[in-house]
Ligand binder design. Structure first.
Ligand code: HEC
Length: 185
């Protein structure tokens, strides 16, 4: 009887050993898999991070891609009357009148088609002086979407005109306030 009991105990402990072994294997597998997926995840994570950095660095070209899509379709969204109202946002810093003077920002009469940074008696930032491009409709659209991104380090303290219709409108309004309004594309 005692002997029988011993055998059963022995078998039990054998079973228990098997169970412990199975648990250990399971733990090892789970741990191993999570380690491996950690490694994979880290690779992904750096991938994502570097992608984000790229996206940040390239955001002015994102704006470019978005804004250069089709300038005539874009301008067709706007109208001059709305543009006059939108220009209220600019008024504190800019005059658009013929022979208007510089304020915090340069005078904007005849801005469309003018070379950036070319009002002779206005003290531009280095960024704008050295920009060298002409204010085409495309350039104005890009700049007014996000001034700080379009021409980094310029000193226009203005966040931009987010709304497409408003932006198209104010550009049309600028174009109208000119000795020589540019033909619409
Ligand atoms: C808080 C003041 C401020 C506001 C508001 C502002 N601007 Fe300006 N803007 C400036 C300054 C300052 C500059 C010169 C930037 C430089 O030299 O870096 C400038 C430059 C510009 C230029 C380039 C001019 C050139 O001769 O090359 C354009 C175009 C322009 N602004 C359009 C606008 C329009 C349109 C609005 C309104 C939707 C506006 N700005 C609102 C301050 C402002």
């Amino acid at each position: 009887m005692l002997y029988d009991q011993l055998i059963i105990n022995k078998m039990n402990s054998f079973e228990i050993n098997k169970i412990i072994a199975a648990i250990l294997v399971t733990i090892f597998l789970v741990f191993g898999i999570s380690k491996i997926s950690d490694i994979i995840f880290k690779v992904n994570e750096t991938g994502v991070v570097s992608y984000k950095v790229e996206a940040l660095a390239g955001s002015s070209s994102d704006v470019k891609a978005e804004t250069s899509a089709d300038i005539s379709t874009f301008l067709a969204l706007g109208n001059i009357d709305t543009g006059k109202k939108v220009f209220n946002k600019c008024k504190s810093c800019h005059s658009v009148a013929k022979e208007g003077s510089n304020k915090i920002g340069p005078a904007l009469y005849s801005i469309v088609g003018r070379v950036a940074g070319s009002v002779s008696d206005y003290k531009y930032s280095q960024a704008l002086t050295s920009y060298g491009k002409e204010w085409t409709f495309e350039e104005l659209n890009g700049f007014l979407t996000k001034p700080a991104k379009w021409i980094p380090k310029n000193k226009m303290g203005f966040g931009g005109v987010k709304d497409k219709t408003d932006r198209a409108s104010v550009i049309l309004y600028l174009n109208q306030n000119s000795d020589n309004p540019q033909p619409l594309p």
